[in-house]
Design a protein around this ligand. Structure first.
Ligand SMILES: [Zn+2]
Length: 441
C-alpha cells in the first residue's frame, strides 16, 4: 500500500510539496543545509553532483532521451531543468547558482564506456547450476511498513468486529520470512532490511515535533494544534502529532532503510513487499470490497514539481545513469506475470495517470517516484498484490498461514502468504534462468 492508497495521504503530500517549493529551508533538518538557499525534499540533503562524473560517456544521446521521455519525465519537465543537446545534457545543480552538471554522451553504442555500479545485473552473475538459478545473487527483502505497535500510527491497521486486526507491516514481514529460505535454497544470499516490528531509524515522532510545527505554520496553519480528540477528524492532518508521526514512520524510516541498503547491504536487487488496499474508511468499522488486484512498481514518472528539488533531480539522473531500469523492468514484468498466474488477480488500473506511467509489456507494472524506489541504489521491484480489505483477501488473511490448501469462501486456496512468496520465487527463477542462459549463448 503506497502513499495515495488513501486520499488523506494525497492531500498531505500536496501540502508538503507546496510548502517545500516556497519554503524549502524548513524541509531540511541538517544545519549545513540551513545556511544556503537550499531546495531539497523532506529530510533530504544536498546532492553531491560530482559523483555523477563516473557516468561520463556511458550513455548515448538517444538512450538518454528515450529514458527521460518514456520512463523518468513522462509528465514533462521544465526545459531548463534537463537540457538535452546533441553531445551533452545539462542539469542545473540548483536554480540560484547557475552551476550545471554536464553529462557528455557516448557518440554511439559501440563507443560507450561500461556503466559502473556496485550491483550486478543478471548477465554478470557467476555461472549457476540449473538447480541453483539464483546462485550468488544478493537479494535484500524490504517488508513494507512496521506493523506491531506502530500499525495504527502508520494507518496500516483495520479490524472487522472482533476478528484479528489486519496490519500490513505484519503481513509483509510474514511473506519475507517465507521467501528468505526459499531464495537461499535457490542459491541467493538474502538479507532483511527489516526483520522485526521495530523501525530502523533511531528517531521517534517526538524528534520531529519542531519540524512538523514549522511545516504546518509555513503551510498556512499559524497555530498548529498538538492533537485532535477524534481520530476520524480530517483536521488531524494539520496537527503536530500527525505530521511528526509521518515524518518518523515514512520519511525518516525509509531514508534509514536506504542508508542500510546503500552503505551496508549492497544488494543486487531489493524486493519491496506490500499489500494493497482500497479506502476502508473508519479502521474500526472498515468497508470490505469486492475489488481485488495486482500491480508492481519501478522507479520513474517524476512529477515536474518533484524535479524542482535539487536532491530529487539529482537522484533521478543518478538512477537513470545507473541503468537500474534495464534490470528492474524486465524483472518486474516477469514477476508480475508469475504473480498474476498464481494469484489470478487482474491488473490494477490507477484511476488517474497523475503520478504513474504504465511501463513494460506485462500490463502489471507502473513507474512511480516513491521514496524507496528512488533511494535504494540498485534495481528495486515493488510488489503490490492483494487488496487487504477485499472480501477475498480479508478471509484469507484471517485464515492465517498453513501448508497445502484449504477451502476459503468455498474455494481451495493456498495460504495467501505462501501464494505471495511462491509467485515471487517463480518470477525470480524464470527471470534469472533465462537471463543467465542468454549470457552463456
Ligand atoms: Zn504498503
Amino acid at each position: 500500500m503506497t502513499n495515495d492508497a488513501r486520499m488523506t495521504k494525497i492531500k498531505w503530500r500536496r501540502c508538503i510539496l507546496r510548502v517545500s517549493v516556497f519554503f524549502p529551508i524548513f524541509l531540511s533538518i541538517f544545519p549545513a543545509a540551513l545556511q544556503a538557499a537550499d531546495n531539497v525534499s523532506i529530510l533530504g540533503s544536498n546532492p553531491k553532483w560530482n559523483v555523477l562524473e563516473k557516468y561520463q560517456g556511458t550513455i548515448t544521446h538517444d538512450e538518454f532521451s528515450r529514458l527521460i521521455q518514456d520512463v523518468y519525465c513522462t509528465h514533462g519537465f521544465a526545459p531548463d531543468l534537463v537540457e538535452i543537446n546533441e553531445k551533452t545534457a545539462r542539469v542545473p545543480m540548483n536554480r540560484e547558482s547557475r552551476k550545471f552538471f554536464t553529462l557528455r554522451f557516448a557518440e554511439n553504442t559501440a563507443g560507450r564506456k561500461s556503466v559502473p555500479h556496485l550491483w550486478r545485473p543478471a548477465r554478470s552473475l557467476p555461472p549457476a547450476r540449473a538447480e541453483k538459478p539464483l546462485f550468488g545473487l544478493r537479494i535484500a527483502l524490504d517488508p513494507g511498513h512496521l506493523g506491531g505497535k506502530w500499525a495504527k500510527m502508520e494507518e496500516r491497521w483495520f479490524q472487522v468486529g472482533n476478528s484479528k486486526p489486519v496490519e500490513e507491516g505484519d503481513l509483509t514481514l510474514r511473506v519475507a520470512r517465507l521467501l528468505a529460505p526459499r531464495l537461499r535454497e535457490l542459491g541467493a544470499k538474502v538479507s532483511f532490511i527489516r526483520n522485526s516490528n521495530e523501525p530502523i531509524t533511531a528517531k521517534r515522532p517526538e524528534d520531529f515535533r519542531e519540524l512538523a510545527r514549522k511545516i504546518l505554520i509555513k503551510n498556512g496553519v499559524p497555530q498548529p494544534r498538538a492533537d485532535v480528540l477524534d481520530p476520524n477528524d480530517p483536521a488531524k492532518e494539520q496537527t503536530i502529532r500527525w505530521q511528526s508521526e509521518i515524518l518518523f514512520y515514512r520519511y525518516s524510516e525509509i531514508r534509514r532503510r536506504a542508508a542500510l541498503v546503500n552503505f551496508k547491504l549492497h544488494p543486487d536487487l531489493v524486493l519491496c513487499l506490500h499489500f494493497n488496499a482500497e479506502g476502508w474508511g473508519d479502521p474500526n468499522n472498515p468497508t470490505l470490497t469486492d475489488t481485488n488486484h495486482l500491480h508492481l512498481l519501478v522507479n520513474g514518472s517524476y512529477l515536474a514539481e518533484e524535479l524542482e528539488f535539487d536532491d530529487e533531480r539529482f537522484e533521478m539522473i543518478r538512477r537513470l545513469l545507473s541503468r537500474a531500469y534495464e534490470e528492474e523492468l524486465p524483472l518486474a514484468d516477469t514477476i508480475g506475470a508469475t504473480m498474476a498466474r498464481e494469484t489470478g488477480l487482474p491488473a490494477y488500473q490507477y484511476p488517474t495517470t497523475n503520478s504513474t506511467t504504465k511501463v513494460g509489456t506485462s500490463g502489471y507494472v507502473y513507474a512511480r517516484n516513491l521514496l524507496a524506489t528512488r533511494l535504494y541504489r540498485c534495481p528495486v521491484v515493488y510488489c503490490e498484490p492483494y487488496v487487504m480489505n477485499s472480501k477475498d483477501a480479508f478471509a484469507r488473511i484471517q485464515a492465517g498461514d498453513y501448508e497445502g490448501v484449504r477451502a476459503i469462501n468455498g474455494v481451495e486456496r493456498k495460504s495467501i502468504y505462501r501464494e505471495y512468496a511462491d509467485s515471487v520465487v517463480e518470477g525470480l527463477i524464470e527471470y534469472y534462468s533465462k537471463a543467465r542462459c542468454s549470457r552463456d549463448r
